[in-house]
Design a protein around this ligand. Structure first.
Ligand code: ATP
Ligand code: MG
Length: 469
């Protein structure tokens, strides 16, 4: 019963009812119009033939008097058909014709009228209706000519019946169709609701069923599924980040704690305490840097960073960041060259792009330290480039260090991933993650390539201005 109530409340069923009403109204008015017009047509036809018969009989009366009229009417009355004739004396006595009885008083009113009658040859049959015209002839005689209306009524009845049956059929078929469609829709909605419940219960892997017909429900399900896909990916990312944080920050925090404990237990004087405090501050700074990096990655990955997109010159960024890192590079015995001769207008988040480039240069300085010429004859230099590549502007940093083996290139952009070979250098494994997140934010990806030898890392940004908006 509840299921039926649910079915009746569906939009599909309500729409069916509205259409049903419109169809029935249409069928009834069409048939009504048809019936009325047919009736009028038949009446017109009767009027026309009766009129012409009367004028013929009048002529016969004019030419041959009552005697001739009686003979003609007698002949006509004997023909089979639905024509009615009656000739009476002025006092109403029948002289000729096939009408046996009429409604009383009919003979007193000349003109058109509808009346009941019986035929003279069938006095026991039930009365019929007829449309008749009565005229008074010059000698006071009455002439009545008419037509039986049985046929007209029968036709009218057939049409009325057709109307009743077709309305009934439309209603039955419409209701059945409505039930069928509503049940189908309801079944699909119920399946979707069930899936939604399992998703709400925590199973994010659930997806709404798609029938494959491509209808509006399928489109809705597709969109919701795409949304779920995205949410699931975000949740996975979030989980990964929190796992990473829990795992990777635990070690430095434990180290910090142990150092403090050691100082408390073993320090012999102010210098020891001072040293312990200094190393604690250094370790904390490192932790803060890691948090900052994580926050910045989160910012680049969330849509918010997209609100801060402006137009700026990537060549200028390359020069500024290059200048900032030049002393550090020199200190390590590396030549840092910036190759950005022409303006490279881009549209992006300036702060994030600068930080991403800084991370790439920082890596090059850290990992591409000069080695003896027998091991690495390539010049100890780092080249920072800003250039246009079609619709994009690329910022790249190339070094001649050990590079990253091809097999590890996907892995190193993940958070906290550091290669074994670089453990001797400080770092938390977040620099490339940020660069990759920034590249994704700008609709591209971070490219890591072999620089023969060394590494070339490239970020592509959308070109600004009329050529690329
Ligand atoms: N230019 C490079 N040459 C060789 N190896 C590199 C280079 N850049 C990155 N790598 C490798 O990729 C790893 C990940 O780099 P990433 O910048 O993400 O982290 P990190 O430099 O170790 O730490 P952080 O950047 O957070 O201080 C590095 O640990 C290193 O092993
Ligand atoms: Mg780094």
């Amino acid at each position: 019963m509840a299921a039926l109530g649910k079915l009746l409340r569906t939009t599909a069923f309500r729409l069916t009812l509205v259409y049903l009403l419109i169809f029935v109204l249409f069928a009834v008015s069409l048939l009504g119009y048809f019936a009325l017009n047919t009736r009028r047509l038949i009446t017109d036809q009767i009027t026309h033939t009766v009129n012409s018969e009367i004028s013929g009989l009048r002529d016969a009366y004019m030419q041959g008097g009552i005697r001739r009229l009686v003979i003609v009417v007698d002949v006509r009355s004997r023909r089979p058909g639905s024509s009615l004739y009656l000739v009476t004396t002025p006092s109403g006595e029948g002289l000729a014709g096939n009408v046996g009885s009429l409604e009383p008083g009919v003979l007193d009113h000349p003109g058109w009228l509808e009346t009941s009658y019986r035929r003279i040859d069938a006095p026991d049959e039930p009365e019929h209706r007829a449309l008749v015209q009565l005229v008074q002839l010059s000698g006071g005689f009455h002439l009545l000519v008419g037509r039986d209306l049985e046929e007209r009524e029968r036709l009218y009845g057939i049409i009325a019946n057709a109307g009743r049956w077709s309305s009934a059929l439309v209603i039955v078929l419409g209701l059945a169709g409505g039930f069928f469609v509503s049940r189908r829709v309801l079944n699909r909605i119920d399946a979707m609701t069930d899936t939604a419940h399992t998703i709400m219960a925590g199973d994010l892997a659930g997806r709404l069923p798609v029938s494959g017909s491509g209808d509006e429900l399928d489109r809705l399900a597709d969109n919701v599924n795409a949304m779920l896909e995205r949410i699931e990916a975000l949740m996975r990312g979030l989980k990964q980040v929190s796992d990473n944080i829990a795992h990777d920050l635990k070690t430095p925090l434990t180290r910090l704690r142990n150092r403090c404990e050691q100082a408390l237990r073993g320090a012999k004087g102010e210098t020891d305490y001072r040293a312990a405090l200094e190393s604690t501050i250094a370790e904390s700074d490192e932790l803060i840097r890691t948090f900052d990096a994580l926050l910045m990655i989160a910012r680049a990955e969330s849509g918010h960073a997209r609100d801060n997109m402006t137009e700026f010159d990537a060549a200028e960024i390359a020069r500024d960041v290059g200048e900032l890192y030049e002393p550090l590079a020199q200190e390590r015995g590396l030549a840092l060259m910036v190759d950005a001769p022409t303006a490279a207008p881009v549209r992006g988040n300036r702060e994030l792009v600068s930080q991403a480039l800084a991370n790439l240069i920082d890596n090059a300085i850290k990992y591409a330290a000069p080695r003896p010429a027998e091991i690495n004859p390539a010049p100890a230099e780092i080249v920072v480039k800003a250039m246009a590549e079609g619709e994009r502007i690329t910022l790249s940093v190339a070094d001649h260090g050990p590079g990253i083996p091809e097999a590890d290139r996907d892995r190193v952009v993940e958070r906290f991933v550091r290669l074994e070979q670089s453990r001797s250098q400080p770092g938390s494994g977040l620099g490339l993650s940020l660069a990759a997140a920034v590249a994704r934010l700008h609709g591209g990806a971070l490219r890591l390539e072999d620089n023969h030898p060394g590494l070339r890392s490239t970020i592509a940004l959308p070109r600004a201005g009329p050529a690329g908006t």
